[in-house]
Structures are given as structure tokens and as C-alpha cells.
Design a protein around this ligand. Structure first.
Ligand SMILES: *Cc1c(COP(=O)(O)O)cnc(C)c1O
Length: 234
């Protein structure tokens, strides 16, 4: 049978990740692929799971909850990667296995309080602004240690590492700079928070740069599921 477009896309992204691991001397399999399924229908997620993927990223709480319910028969891991509105924390705490974009203690406290008792603590990443732009979300690097120390005290959360969404850059050298910063920041924080093991960085256009600088999760949407014509919720 001819491979489908989705099948070809997944193997190409997988090939790129493995090639970047190898080129930068990292172990094969050191980087895991988070398939960003936002705006895409749950049947496509089901197909991606059949083709071997199990971790999916969403950036609207309601959309994630709907897909998680539609696919409850599958052993999927849901990562919330969008901006977190305070009135959505209960839903996020209930449905997600991971949350990538934490940049305020208030939101972290709510997620911890609202995490259901019967579930494992929620894995969380602190989002860092590595581009020095006022418009971007994320905590500034110098404020990260204090926020991390406070989050590390919260019983409903398990602090795992850092994530960033840098401003677009047009050379691989320029793409690597914010990723290098994030890796070095995590290294400095590891004395105070030894369990940190996750760097979520790199998307369709810059995953090679991110893998070279130590990403452990790359978040890939377009190059797996195709372009998103409409960013609105399903
Ligand atoms: C949409 C999104 C991605 C995926 O981006 P692509 O360029 O489509 O691969 C990754 N991370 C976050 C936080 C996103 O919102």
C-alpha cells in the first residue's frame, strides 16, 4: 500500500530529528516528538497514533478536552502548550499530562490546587522569554530561578524543565542562540532543582537548531499535519 501523506510526514520529521541527534553527537532517541494537533480533527490524531505517535500538543483547553474525550480509548499523552487563561486552569489540570507555558505563580498555584487527587502530579515547564521582546509571553531569564523555586513547592505539580518560543530567525546560527541560552539556564537551575530533565524547544522550522542545543522535546505541527488554514478553534 502507498504510504499516506501523514505517514510520509511523520517519517520525514523523525528522520530529521534522528539526523540532528547524530550530527550533534546526541544519543539516538534522546529527543521525543510532540505532535502539535491544534485545529486538526480528532480522527487525524487517531490516525497519527496508529502510525506510532502518542504525545499530542494543543493550545486551547476546550479543544484539548474535546479531543481527549473523543480519543479516550487510546493511551495518549496530552500536552497543553498554549497561553493559560485563569478561568481554564481547572480543565487543563484535569485533562493534561503536561503543561508547557507556565510563567506566573498564580496560574501554577491554581493548576496545583485543581489537579485531581487520583492523578499523578501534573508535569510542568516554565516558559522563558529568550528573545527580549515585550510582546512575547514567558518569564525573563533572571526571574526564572525564583519562580521555579516557588513552583517546586507545589504538591500537585512536578517541575520538569523549561520551554521557549523564540522570535523567528533566518539562519541556523541565529536560531541556536536562544536555545543555547535556555540550555545554560537549566544547567544553572539544576543545583536548586535537581530533577529538571526537559527542554521543550524547536518547531517545524527550527527543530535542527533546537536538537543541536539540547532539546528533549520538539513541538512539531505544520510538518506533520500540514498547514493550519484557520487558527480558530474547531
Ligand atoms: C503551534 C505551535 C507549535 C507548532 O508549530 P509548527 O511551526 O506548526 O510546527 C509549537 N509550539 C507551540 C507553543 C505552538 O503553539
Amino acid at each position: 500500500m502507498m504510504p499516506t501523506e501523514l505517514e510520509r510526514n511523520i517519517s520525514e520529521v523523525d528522520r530529521r530529528i534522528r539526523a540532528a541527534e547524530q550530527a550533534s553527537g546526541r544519543a539516538t532517541g534522546a529527543v521525543s516528538l510532540l505532535a502539535v494537533s491544534k485545529t486538526k480533527p480528532s480522527e487525524l490524531v487517531r490516525e497519527a497514533h496508529r502510525l506510532g505517535l502518542s504525545a499530542f500538543g494543543e493550545n486551547y483547553a476546550q479543544e484539548m478536552a474535546e479531543k481527549a474525550a473523543a480519543l479516550a480509548d487510546l493511551p495518549l499523552c496530552w500536552h497543553f502548550i498554549g497561553p493559560i487563561q485563569s478561568n481554564k486552569t481547572a480543565l487543563i489540570a484535569e485533562v493534561s499530562d503536561w503543561v508547557h507555558g507556565i510563567d506566573r505563580l498564580k496560574v501554577a498555584r491554581r493548576l496545583s490546587e485543581q489537579r485531581p487527587d487520583h492523578k499523578e502530579p501534573l508535569n510542568v515547564l516554565v516558559q522563558v522569554n529568550t528573545s527580549n521582546e515585550d510582546s512575547k509571553s514567558g518569564v525573563m531569564p533572571e526571574a526564572a530561578p525564583e519562580l521555579m523555586a516557588s513552583i517546586n513547592e507545589l504538591p500537585g505539580l512536578r517541575l520538569r524543565g523549561l520551554m521557549t518560543i523564540p522570535a523567528p530567525a533566518n539562519s541556523q546560527a541565529a536560531q541556536r542562540e536562544p536555545f543555547r541560552q535556555l540550555r545554560e539556564l537549566m544547567l544553572r537551575l539544576s543545583d536548586a532543582v535537581p530533577q529538571l530533565d526537559t527542554l521543550s524547544m524547536g518547531m517545524s522550522g527550527d527543530l535542527e537548531a533546537a536538537v543541536t542545543e539540547g532539546a528533549t522535546i520538539v513541538r512539531v505541527g505544520t510538518d506533520i499535519f500540514g498547514a493550519r488554514y484557520n487558527q480558530a478553534r474547531l
